[in-house]
Design a protein around this ligand. Sequence first.
Ligand code: SAH
Length: 355
Amino acid sequence: MRRLVPVSELRVTDRYRMTSSAAPATKLPPELVSDWQALESRWIDGPLSEWRALLPEQFNTGLSPARYGDLPRWREAIANLPPLPTAGIQLNAARVGISGSVPTETLDTLHTALMGLHPWRKGPFELCGLHVDTEWRSDWKWERLAGAIAPLRGRRVLDVGCGNGYHCWRMLGGGAAEVIGVDPTPLFVLQFKALQHYLRQQCIHVLPVTLEAIPAHLPVFDTVFSMGVLYHRRNPMEHLVSLRNKLAPGGQLVLETLVIEGDENALLEPNGRYARMGNVWQLPSPGLAARWLAQAGFSRVEIIDVGQTSLEEQRRTPWMTFHSLAQFLDPDNPGLTIEGLPAPRRAILTAELLP
Ligand code: SAH
């Protein structure tokens, strides 16, 4: 028999329930409940409230078991992380993690659990003596820029394409008041969660979101980082304008990208793959990248570092056993990629938005 239900008893759809402050936390991916709870109260006012309203749906899409068949396996890896003493937290060190030591059996359990999140690309990390020796020495990139950017103390920071959040930890260690990393790759979000399981820092969040999914005009961040993302975007100018629209007046952009040698007109558009990557669209010279920044509305553009990527900085390790830079270069000429294009060279630029 059919029963009429008073309107007040009708279930509002989950989507709307979660955007209200009485959101049932259980409807979110379990890993992101704590992020939602923190941001729900922190972003209640001002322009960030617009993004806040989108978060529950973005979280559910970004960590959807229907889209990502490996999620249950990764979740199990995190569930198997053993307890560790968490006294000596190191954020401002090359190896982000915790000092201290634990019995060998605990280290073995930790090793197995973390290996369940292979491949580890960005790092290094160290947990109670276990060195997570990642494909990239991401600490070297940090060393190149840390002394040249506006000090992060007290700043609200956005790290676009943050990977597993290695640099986010360094930003927090550098004194940032709030660090928001966004990256659409769910494995990297879970790697961040494995570290956060032990480091338990407030005011740092790695969210499974693309830059494009953030409200377009959100001028609230004091520093915005885009490192290793520009050349993956079909339209680099659109990317730069989108980054500009996230900066508060007077804020700073830190842009890191693959570049080629040449004057300020030099541009490489790989016709096909570049160093085996299928989604590399445009590699500017450092001078052209600087021009793009000026065209996108930035001031005080500076090239703070340029250099060739070495086989020591990006390499295969026990924590990333797939092919790496050595396999992407011409075996007879390390100055060329396997496709015959100039080997990877990277630049870091800073630029400001006038107050
Ligand atoms: N910033 C880190 C990682 C660079 S790898 C570093 O410099 O070491 C590039 C990352 O960008 C990848 O993790 C990829 O998932 C992410 N990415 C790709 N497209 C993106 C987009 N549209 N918005 C945000 N992140 C994106």
